[in-house]
Design a protein around this ligand. Structure first.
Ligand SMILES: Nc1ncnc2c1ncn2[C@@H]1O[C@H](COP(=O)(O)OP(=O)(O)OP(=O)(O)O)[C@@H](O)[C@H]1O
Ligand SMILES: Nc1ncnc2c1ncn2[C@@H]1O[C@H](COP(=O)(O)O)[C@@H](O)[C@H]1O
Length: 193
């Protein structure tokens, strides 16, 4: 069972690529952002709690996010593998994920980071904001805040996975097809190891 963290800043193309790769490799795509948005839309207690953070471009607290992620993984009893999108986003989350998987005799096989310049991210998110209905895409200030949070709190995870020999950087600029091919090359390599 292969488990990949698809990593990168907001707007890097994680959701777009995970959607393609989940079909290609028969994997479960788990996006913590999507799960929060589903809960917000359905006005659940979790959605109500997450809303205030998400609309300001801040991270939802680790405890809430980790418990939610564990529940989702545990629900997928027949999974052939996972693509984690938007999780982990802090060192606390990365450690919790490793411990959770270790208890199941599982592990993360690789972390693939989509590398995209901040200028391109802002352009993509403003464009997505025209149709996404996402409050956190609606103004440039919140978009910039999310990118700053990524640099301040999330980007350090590159070191975390590098130390484990699991980090793979991929150019995230170009056509969607080109990027799928770059990611597929890395996944094929990880699978062959
Ligand atoms: N290679 C690409 N070239 C141009 N636009 C792209 C590319 N990949 C994705 N996009 C567009 O950029 C926007 C952001 O992509 P996507 O939603 O996949 O990013 P994300 O990393 O999942 O973002 P977030 O973490 O904010 O949810 C979308 O509107 C998507 O259609
Ligand atoms: N792993 C996460 N930790 C904390 N907060 C998270 C996490 N994943 C998503 N969030 C919140 O949701 C929004 C949108 O997430 P996207 O992955 O960019 O769709 C994010 O800004 C956090 O507020």
């Amino acid at each position: 069972m292969i488990k990949i963290v698809l990593f990168g800043p907001p707007g890097a193309g994680k959701g777009t690529q995970a959607d393609i790769l989940k079909d290609k490799y028969n994997l479960i795509h788990l996006s913590t952002g999507d799960i929060f948005r589903y809960n917000m839309k359905n006005n659940t207690p979790l959605g109500k709690e997450a809303k205030a953070y998400i609309e300001k471009g801040q991270l939802v607290p680790d405890k809430v996010t980790v418990e939610m992620l564990k529940d989702e993984v545990n629900r997928q009893k027949e999974a052939n593998g996972f693509i984690f999108d938007g999780f982990p986003r802090t060192q606390t989350q990365a450690i919790a994920l490793d411990e959770f998987l270790e208890n199941k005799n599982e592990k993360i096989d690789g972390m693939i980071a989509l590398e995209v310049s901040d200028e391109v991210l802002v352009q993509r998110l403003l464009e997505r904001g025209k149709t996404s209905g996402r409050a956190d895409d609606a103004n440039e200030e919140v978009i910039q805040k999310r990118i700053n949070v990524y640099h301040e709190e999330t980007a350090v995870l590159k070191n975390y996975y590098e130390k484990q020999g699991k980090y793979y950087g991929v150019d995230g600029e170009g056509s969607i097809e080109e990027i799928t091919e770059r990611l597929s090359n890395v996944i094929d390599k990880i699978k062959a190891e």
